[in-house]
Write a protein that binds this ligand. Structure first.
Ligand SMILES: C[S@@+](CC[C@H](N)C(=O)[O-])C[C@H]1O[C@@H](n2cnc3c(N)ncnc32)[C@H](O)[C@@H]1O
Length: 274
């Protein structure tokens, strides 16, 4: 589970300092998402949960006649996005909760997101709001993870963790895998029609460079399920976890990179607001 509060706190801060490595982890996914977005018309684009802004920057560059706005709930991530934007007059970033965001100009006609829509506490209300404030029949294209069992960067790390206390029963808690189930996503997309899902498998790059294994260990100590374990496990359990993580990362070190199988949906929909 990753809540809006966590994104506004430590998780967002870690992503803000790690944006080069989080962008890298998505590097094999992003071109497919950009291709899907390129097939859509749109002059006023909103990037939901834009993070450090890679998608927004790519779209503002590719569409000089469009206005692109990236919104994110984390001030640190918006600051990181602004710091890497150089003179793109058609791009703006804003700190905002997308579930209650209001346009200060014309309504958006194309929503996009790379893995930024799975963290709303009330997804049906958030998507109904986004539909209501969009241009008539606006389009939306986003990516999200499929099940943890298909995302070995998460599943293999989870297997190294000691059994945890049963969590309180919450269906689809906000988090990276909240949109793994298409039926659940369809139920969340209140105010949207023509919902489509395209599966996409990609290599999640955790380490590269001079020492890919050390790079991956350092990345995992900051981002994702291993980061929480390293921070919270008692000393003995943490030492065992770190030994297991080293072996796991070494086993995934091939051709100068540490990569894990990852699986996403590309989801598209039309606002049912006319
Ligand atoms: C997995 S990260 C993806 C970031 C970015 N799209 C990328 O691809 O690097 C999820 C992002 O959603 C943002 N987020 C979470 N809840 C949000 C909300 N209610 N409104 C706006 N942004 C939100 C987080 O702060 C975070 O930047």
């Amino acid at each position: 589970m990753t809540s809006a509060q966590e994104w506004q706190g430590r998780v967002g801060q870690n992503w803000a300092t790690e944006w080069e490595r989080t962008d890298r982890s998505f590097a094999a996914l992003t071109p497919h998402l950009l291709t899907a977005i390129a097939a859509e018309s749109g002059e006023r684009l909103l990037d939901i949960g834009c993070g450090a802004g890679e998608l927004s920057i790519a779209l503002a560059t590719a569409r000089p006649d469009a206005q692109v706005t990236g919104v994110d709930i984390s001030a640190e991530l918006v600051e990181a996005a602004r710091s890497r934007t150089d003179g793109l007059a058609n791009l703006a970033f804003s700190v905002a909760d997308a579930s209650s965001w209001q346009a200060d100009g014309a309504a958006p006609d194309l929503y996009v997101s790379r893995h930024g829509v799975m963290f709303f506490s009330n997804p049906p209300a958030a998507f109904a709001h986004l539909s209501a404030v969009a241009a008539p029949s606006a389009r939306m294209v986003f990516s999200c993870f499929r099940a943890p069992s298909e995302n070995l960067w998460a599943a293999e790390i989870a297997r190294l963790l000691p059994p945890s206390q049963p969590a309180p029963p919450v269906d689809f808690p906000p988090g990276p895998f909240a949109f793994a189930d298409p039926d659940h996503v369809r139920g969340c997309l209140r105010g949207w029609r023509d919902v489509t899902f395209q599966p996409l498998d990609f290599a999640y790059v955790a380490g590269s460079g001079v020492n890919p294994v050390a790079d991956a260990l350092s990345f995992f100590s900051r981002i994702g399920p291993a980061a929480a374990a390293v921070r919270t496990l008692p000393d003995k359990a943490r030492a065992a976890f770190e030994r297991g993580l080293l072996e796991l990362v070494q086993s995934r070190h091939v051709g100068g990179r540490v990569c894990f199988p990852a699986a996403a949906w590309l989801v598209s929909a039309t606002a049912d607001n006319t």
